[in-house]
Design a protein around this ligand. Structure first.
Ligand code: SF4
Length: 495
């Protein structure tokens, strides 16, 4: 085995996903794109879940605090803790044959040990098995006997009621059999990666599915530099196998896709429309859609936040909790749109106040337009489930919803600038270029969630005011954008 290059658990997993990524990470790390705020938030959430899961093991001893992390210190403290009879260790460190790792939880079981790996997801994923298999391999090489391996993950069926119930929040699945069956593959994988690192040249690996699977690679901006936008990789509903087939033939631009290349119908629509550069308007169904809207007309949009660890009673892991809505209303055809909205106080559960404001401000009749109905409908139904005393009017609101995405999804209206997508982020700039999310501090749902998290955590008054204004501007633009899109559809329908 080539052993001059050490591997940690994270570099091993990186290398298995793509050896080029491992090589660049080791020798040309400056080419990587730093984590964005959204990715940082995911990392932080994972750490919070890991720390919370330690509560399942009351006897546990933390080997060394993350802030004081040092390989040598962690190894030495692990050894001391084991020699002094520690039965449950958090973050123990092991090094064998240049392979290093820190495990989440290790529990003594007679003369052997059980390994517990904590994940913030709600199920066991294939990539976790290789993660645990690497750990078991290294710990055995370090002289430990590991007789069981477990994955501790979030149980999505947990409903909070009072203080967090860790036994109910977390589920534990034995992965011993899967991990044992992977053991014979680990030495070969390690050898391949160490060999790739020893070559002295960047491995020649073309871009592909592995760039985002199972994790988004931080070298995408480097490796994908030659790919224009739009490209074959953005063709609507084009399967990866087709993208790879085209890429291998040297086709990257949509214009270069041969006319006789077999494509699924939605992809063909996108490619043909892109190549022709022409707008599409199907007036008859569009007229029926626009003419069938019942006034007073409301335009509704929710902003939501979610967490692996449910913060409020009657909420579940990863439940989308609405904390804000924007509402535009048009009393009758031709009337000026009026804006209203609500942004909750970040202290406590925002849902009760949100429902009260929504009930007061929604018109009592008429259609309620949303964009991508499953999202708003899902939140309203969850509110009805979690607050049964409010279920009656919430269900009545659901019955009045209509989806403004329909004309675009059905391809009654298409502009080449939509690039095959019917999402509001694609439709709005194509139809109403004077409205843009680009200049906003909060420009998408992920950023809205982060801004809300900062308000919940607490921040100084001026910063809080700035964040609230940014959230207000963003959510307002979502419903104002819908108003403007409908105005455009009315013009197209009557043209
Ligand atoms: S972007 Fe893709 S090809 Fe490049 S290093 Fe990452 S996974 Fe490998």
């Amino acid at each position: 085995m080539t052993s001059q290059h050490g591997l940690s658990k994270s570099t091993f997993l990186r290398g298995v996903q793509c050896a080029k990524s491992l090589y660049l990470h080791t020798f040309q790390r400056d080419l990587a794109t730093p984590l964005d705020a959204d990715q940082h938030a995911r990392v932080t959430m994972g750490q919070q879940v890991g720390e919370l899961a330690r509560g399942l093991f009351p006897e546990g001893v933390l080997v060394s605090t993350p802030r004081g992390f040092s390989k040598a210190e962690a190894l030495q403290q692990t050894q001391s803790a084991m020699e002094s009879g520690g039965t449950t260790l958090f973050e123990p460190a092991f090094l064998a044959d240049g392979l290093f790792l820190r495990a989440d939880v290790l529990v003594r079981s007679g003369s052997a040990w059980e390994l517990y790996e904590v994940k913030s997801s709600t199920s066991v994923k294939d990539e976790y098995l290789l993660d645990v298999a690497f750990q078991v391999y290294v710990m055995r090489r370090a002289g430990l006997s590991i007789n069981d391996a477990w994955l501790v993950h979030i149980d999505s069926t947990y409903v909070r009621s009072g203080p967090l119930d860790l036994e109910a929040l977390f589920a534990m699945d034995s992965v011993t059999d899967s991990v044992e069956s992977l053991q014979p593959t680990i030495p070969g994988l390690i050898e391949d990666l160490q060999s790739a690192l020893a070559q002295g040249v960047v491995p020649e690996i073309p871009i592909g599915r592995q760039c985002n699977d199972p994790y988004p690679c931080d070298f995408i901006s480097h490796c994908w530099e030659h790919v224009p936008s739009p490209s074959i990789f953005e063709v609507f509903r084009l399967p990866w196998s087709k993208k790879e087939e085209l890429y291998k033939k040297g086709v990257i631009s949509i214009e270069d896709i041969p006319d006789d290349f077999p494509l699924p119908a939605p992809s063909r629509f996108h490619v043909v429309a892109h190549k022709s550069g022409q707008s599409i308007v199907e007036r008859a169904p569009l007229r029926r859609f626009v003419g069938g809207l019942a006034y007073p007309l409301a335009f509704l949009d929710f902003e939501t936040a979610m967490s692996a660890i449910p913060a409020y009673d009657q909420s579940r892991p990863y439940q989308q909790i609405p904390f804000q809505f924007s509402l535009h209303t048009i009393a009758e055809i031709g009337a000026e749109p009026q804006h209203d909205g609500f942004l909750a106080d970040p202290v406590g559960d925002p849902r009760q106040a949100l429902m009260e404001h929504l009930m007061r401000r929604l018109p009592e009749e008429g259609d309620i337009l949303v964009y991508h109905q499953p999202f708003e409908e899902g939140r309203l139904k969850e509110l009805a489930r979690d607050f049964p005393d409010q279920a009656g009017w919430l269900e009545a609101v659901v019955a009045r919803l209509k989806d403004l995405i329909e004309p675009f999804k059905q391809r009654w209206v298409y502009e080449p600038g939509m690039n095959g997508s019917s999402s509001i982020k694609a439709v709005l700039p194509a139809l109403v270029p004077e409205l843009s999310y680009e200049t906003l501090e909060v420009g998408d749902g992920g950023q809205a969630m982060l801004a809300w998290s900062r308000l919940v955590e607490g921040t100084e008054a001026a910063e809080a005011e700035r964040l609230r204004q940014a959230l207000w501007d963003y959510c307002t633009l979502d419903t104002l954008g819908m108003v403007k899109i409908l105005e455009k559809l009315e013009v197209l329908a009557s043209g």
